[in-house]
Design a protein around this ligand. Structure first.
Ligand SMILES: [Zn+2]
Length: 590
């Protein structure tokens, strides 16, 4: 068996900023890489309280780490200088100036290493570029105490703003004499302030991970096929047992050339979770063809390496706890796993650990009375065995498992599997009729239908209402009922989501164009509802009037295209503004 070579470490720090009164401001995770010769910042992600990026204020940890820049060169020597290009093309010139005594709230630290960097030529390209560039450029001083870490920061930004920070308290082990000790569990609390943000912020940093990568990751083993089995038992609906047989390509490995098998889970919607969907994964093991255990090394956020031998197949086993509905997700409750009284909803990204593979098969083992509703194509008439087109098709599909109700709606070559849970089950015939008429209407408008089977899931929820689309699946959670006599209340949401099968999926963009994919979908679905008699002409016009008012209330600050960077916060510009453009174009075309 091959030893994992620990030539370098990846260190992940979490940062939380709040006001002095404790109101949350921002949170983020920052990844550093440490080798024998350098400590570099390689990645970061931040989000402001209430969604969105806290930039241009950033976080103190960003001011210290920047991104793609070397914080230290080893061995450390006063007088050392180095230059490089960092994130956003910023040019840096760093120098270790000497030793100074520093007094801050956490204490007096003699012989602090004074670290100076001059930043120039930052080239951020976004809507706040001017301010962000002005804050990135400037001169930054850092003071590090041996065995403690950063004790003081002063950043003289190029626009005259000055950021100052001091260490309030810290917890680092006494035996580590590094200038920035990075053991898991080390914690620092800072108070920082600048003239841009008048109120002081209290920011806590914590080392949450520190792990090594095997050295031969550049050349991973290629996979020929993956066969998954998912088992859920009736008395433990929140526990999914996953087993996967991964078979390497026959010619991708030899005895002399052992390659690691790289495995990962999706990062979709987990920017603010340092451990991503692995938070809910338990007991991950790998075994070889002879049933012997093989070590699984964690090499990053939801990334693992398995050291294999002789291109032998590997069996992965793990459990996923479907407790995702205990927290809020950036995409909403309707796109994370949830468990209702009669069914389990689960997207592939929360369940599957996988490698780079195209030939995928999945068997789902559930109690006899349960249905499994998915958009995947079944294999023969075997119960709940599916072929999956590729890795994305596995990851970005939804599944509904349970005693919900399932029916197919077909029209003009389009096939939609409808899955309804809870009291929505009673409305299956009505929903099936509606979906069918929408499929027909849209295929007339767009001149055809996408040729894959799709899934439409709707479940009742009295605390949340929303819908989403992922791959070939649509999910809706909503309050109320799906009856014929209140069609005008539920059909518009259903019509909007079904319309995304065309606009947003069949018609897609490389960059976000939400004013089009959301705005035009909103208009197209509303006018279709009016034509089908689901909403009256008066209601349609009143809705247009309301959209106009909402749009005008927010119009002016951002273009509707820029507004798409944060489409939920800027709903009025993206959804309403976009659908007004659609209405204007529709009138012009006639
Ligand atoms: Zn939408």
């Amino acid at each position: 068996m091959k030893e994992v070579v620990k030539s370098e470490c990846n260190i992940v720090l979490s940062a939380n900023a709040a006001t002095e009164g404790g109101a949350p401001l921002a949170e983020g995770t920052f990844t550093l890489k440490k080798t024998d010769t350098v400590l570099t910042s390689i990645d970061f992600g931040t989000s402001g309280h209430g969604g969105g990026d806290p930039s241009p204020k950033y976080m103190l940890l960003y001011y210290m780490s920047h991104c793609d820049t070397d914080l230290f060169k080893f061995p450390i020597g006063v007088g050392e200088t180095w230059t490089e290009e960092g994130h956003w093309h910023v040019q840096t010139k760093s120098r270790l100036e000497g030793y100074e005594s520093v007094e801050v709230s956490a204490g007096t630290f003699s012989d602090c290493l004074k670290h100076k960097t001059v930043f120039t030529d930052a080239n951020v390209q976004d809507t706040k570029a001017e301010l962000r560039n002005a804050l990135l450029n400037g001169t930054r001083y850092l003071w590090f105490a041996e065995g403690v870490g950063l004790v003081k920061l002063r950043y003289e930004h190029s626009n005259g703003v000055i950021t100052e920070a001091e260490l309030l308290e810290y917890k680092t082990p006494a035996e580590d004499r590094e200038y920035l000790p990075l053991q898991i569990g080390n914690v620092w609390t800072y108070k920082w302030q600048n003239t841009y943000r008048n109120e002081p912020a209290i920011e806590e940093w914590r080392v949450i991970r520190n792990f090594s990568e095997p050295e031969n990751l550049e050349c991973p083993m290629e996979l020929a096929s993956a066969k998954y089995e998912v088992k859920i038992e009736a008395d433990a609906p929140r526990v999914a047992h996953v087993k996967c047989l991964l078979t390497p390509k026959a010619d991708s490995n030899t005895k002399d050339d052992e390659k690691p098998l790289l495995l990962s889970m999706s990062h979709f919607g987990t920017e603010d979770l340092y451990d991503g969907y692995a938070r809910y994964v338990r007991d991950l093991t790998a075994t070889d063809a002879g049933g012997e255990k093989i070590p699984v090394t964690e090499i990053g956020k939801t990334q693992w390496a398995v050291e294999t031998q002789n291109a032998s197949p590997v069996t992965l086993c793990y459990t996923v706890l479907l407790n995702h509905d205990e927290r809020e997700w950036p995409f909403g409750r309707d796109e994370a796993p949830y468990v209702q009284e009669d069914c389990i909803f689960c997207p592939g990204y929360a369940l599957f650990i996988t490698g780079e593979v195209a030939d995928i098969e999945l068997r789902i083992d559930v109690p006899d009375a349960w249905y499994v509703s998915t958009a995947w194509n079944p294999i023969g008439n075997e119960r709940y065995r599916f072929t999956i087109v590729d890795r994305d098709d596995l990851m970005y599909a939804y599944m509904v498992l349970g005693t919900h109700s399932q029916k197919m709606a077909e029209s003009d070559g389009a096939e939609v599997v409808i899955a309804l849970g809870g009291h929505f089950k009673a409305s299956m015939d009505e929903v099936q009729r509606t979906v069918k008429s929408l499929l027909h209407t849209y295929s007339e408008i767009f001149g055809g239908t996408p040729d894959n089977r799709m899934l439409f899931v709707a479940n009742p929820c009295d605390i949340y209402s929303g819908g989403g689309v992922s791959g070939r699946s649509i999910s809706v959670l909503m309050d109320g009922t799906l009856d014929a006599d209140n069609r005008q209340s539920w059909t518009p949401l259903v019509a909007h989501e079904i319309c995304h099968i065309w606009n947003g999926k069949a018609i897609d963009f490389n960059t976000q164009e939400y004013w089009f994919s959301e705005g035009f979908t909103e208009y197209c679905s509303k006018i279709s509802c009016a034509r089908l008699g689901i909403i009256s002409e008066d209601d349609f016009l009143r809705d247009l009037e309301r959209k106009w008012e909402l749009y005008l209330s927010k119009q002016g600050e951002l273009s509707i295209r820029e507004a798409g960077e944060n489409k939920m916060v800027n709903r009025e510009l993206v959804y309403e503004g976009g659908s007004l453009i659609a209405a204007a174009l529709d009138l012009q075309i006639r």
